[in-house]
Design a protein around this ligand. Structure first.
Ligand code: HEC
Ligand code: HEC
Ligand code: HEC
Length: 460
């Protein structure tokens, strides 16, 4: 019998899933400025740097009003269209449109341990949006992370990545934003608690993690590689999730793309380096392109926050651009030094219990030997997202189920039912242990306690 469960429509996907992506990012990044900010207590050099930056900032006269005089938005249709494409590449909509809200009217609540941030209205409304901003002011915001009156933006807006965007692309995005329907909706005030509501604190974050400057092409690499690097490191802001976020809410250069747990939201964004254990070392360019653009591939399907990235952004990108991103990703060096070892020894009783549950409840879709039914039901054998050190993703998908987003290339995705009710912690741990260690998979066993803790994670 062929399973018939189908996902709900893409539109529902957008509605239900949007919220959470943001939550994670923000909280993580926020911790940044915030902890650093209280950094009088921070020993030694950083403090001095903070003061230095604060002074430098004061020395720059802030543009008090942004007027359109002299540099109005471009209205040529081809530029507006290009801007729309680039805005998709930057996934502006994911954060600046609330569920059921008007396009770019903001108001999306981003919850953090420090209170709630709300994305602002970026429609061309003169009073509530960016209607009075000039092209120049918009570009300065993208490059420097400051609004026209000099306000420092929280890194919940991916300023550390968008700083790489070229003037030409920034102008096109601005042209597009100016062409959308203005919405007369005031911004919600952030409700961050003291001291997190003090924007001054962001000087600390910026000193440690913000490097202002346009993307510099590497002349020793191909045009395609450079295009991929520009998109992945800049507009695509992939490192915002795929990098370990440290205690300060930032990430060190050496850990770029090495994978990391998205805090609060509790999904693990795997390594995108050529690490053979968790990364893309064994993936073909075609597998990466399929995954990013269609949401399904011979290696696995997207889910959780990555499903949203494909849904709102990557599915709209041209084959060439997605391929360029894959070409760039394939060259990211593996610094982890991890090696695929033999399957971890598993308690035979646990393994037997897991095997039985798998045969009963999972084999129908994922195949008796974890081979899947390409590409709708992902393979579980030799699938790194199951084997990797962090077991968060396989546990959560078993508890909560999931479905890839509806995309142009995969308009009617097949889904997976949730097993959180049906399986108790012991059973769920056994079946996840089984899929992580059966068929030559190299994962470690998981405990019922890990399962129990993830029952509380936000649904998406
Ligand atoms: C991950 C979420 C996220 C994404 C993606 C994002 N933004 Fe933002 N953006 C925010 C948040 C949050 C703020 C408010 C930050 C603050 O108050 O310091 C913001 C602020 C802004 C502002 C300042 C508005 C004002 O009134 O001060 C502009 C303009 C803006 N974003 C444009 C964009 C554009 C253009 C894109 C896509 C290229 C984009 N944003 C993508 C979250 C995001
Ligand atoms: C909002 C957070 C977020 C952003 C932004 C994001 N990702 Fe992901 N990504 C994830 C998570 C979580 C997973 C794990 C779930 C899955 O495999 O779908 C993932 C999985 C992946 C995978 C599959 C890796 C594997 O080993 O299975 C690839 C490839 C990938 N992302 C590439 C990208 C690229 C390229 C970008 C930038 C255009 C990006 N991601 C931006 C969160 C994110
Ligand atoms: C009705 C068919 C169906 C059944 C039954 C099913 N799955 Fe799935 N499974 C899917 C689909 C479809 C996806 C892709 C979901 C997504 O992308 O959101 C998936 C994804 C997964 C993933 C993530 C794969 C990846 O690429 O990272 C894991 C792990 C998984 N399933 C394990 C299980 C286990 C364990 C069971 C039994 C307890 C099970 N599945 C039962 C259809 C099914």
């Amino acid at each position: 019998m062929r399973p018939t469960l189908r996902s709900i429509r893409p539109v529902s996907y957008a509605m239900t899933k949007r919220r959470c992506t943001v939550v994670s990012l923000v909280s993580g990044l926020l911790i940044a400025g915030l902890i650093v900010a209280g950094s009088a207590a921070f020993p030694g050099a950083p403090h001095t740097l903070l003061i230095a930056e604060a002074r430098a900032a004061e020395a720059v006269p802030a543009a008090t009003t942004a007027t359109t005089t002299g540099d109005k938005a471009d209205t040529r249709p081809d530029i507006v269209k290009r801007g729309e494409y680039l805005a998709r590449a930057g996934d502006c909509v994911a954060c600046h449109t609330a569920p059921r809200g008007k396009l770019f009217a903001g108001g999306l609540a981003m919850e953090t341990p420090f209170g709630t941030l709300y994305s602002p209205n970026i429609t061309p409304d003169a009073q509530y949006g960016i209607g009075t901003w000039s092209e120049d002011a918009f570009f300065k915001m993208m490059r420097t992370g400051r609004t026209p009156d000099g306000t420092l933006l929280y890194p919940a807006m991916p300023i550390a990545q968008y700083t790489k965007v070229t003037r030409e692309d920034s102008n096109a995005i601005f042209a597009y934003l100016k062409s959308v329907t203005p919405v007369r909706e005031p911004n919600h005030k952030h409700t961050l608690r003291f001291p997190f509501n003090q924007r001054k604190l962001l000087y600390g974050w910026r000193t440690l993690y913000f490097r202002e400057g346009e993307f510099q092409p590497d002349p020793t690499k191909s045009v395609e590689w450079n295009r991929g690097a520009y998109l992945v490191d800049g507009l695509g802001h992939c490192t915002m999730c795929h990098t370990k976020i440290n205690m300060l809410g930032g990430s060190s250069q050496s850990e770029q793309f090495a994978g990391g747990l998205i805090p609060v939201q509790n999904w693990y964004a795997p390594s995108l380096t050529s690490d053979k254990d968790g990364g893309l070392g064994d993936w073909s360019i075609k597998d990466i392109v399929d995954l990013l653009q269609a949401g399904i591939s011979d290696r696995g399907a997207v889910y959780g926050p990555m499903g949203e990235v494909t849904y709102h952004s990557l599915q709209y990108m041209t084959e060439e651009d997605v391929k360029a991103m894959a070409v760039y990703l394939k060259t990211l060096p593996d610094k982890s030094g991890r090696k695929s070892g033999p399957s971890a020894p598993t308690n035979t009783n646990v393994f037997a219990l897991g095997e039985k549950i798998y045969a009963d409840k999972c084999a129908l879709c994922h195949g008796a030997n974890g081979e899947g039914q390409l590409q709708h039901y992902p393979p579980l054998a030799r699938n790194q997202s199951i084997e990797m050190d962090s077991a968060v993703n396989p546990i959560r998908i078993v508890l909560n189920g999931g479905f890839p987003p509806g995309t142009t290339r995969n308009p009617e995705p097949y889904g997976m039912p949730p097993f959180g009710q049906e399986l108790n912690d012991t059973d769920a741990a056994a079946v996840v242990t089984y899929i992580r260690t059966a068929w030559g998979n190299h994962g470690q066993p998981v405990t019922s306690r890990e399962v129990n803790e993830l029952r509380k994670a936000p649904l998406h």
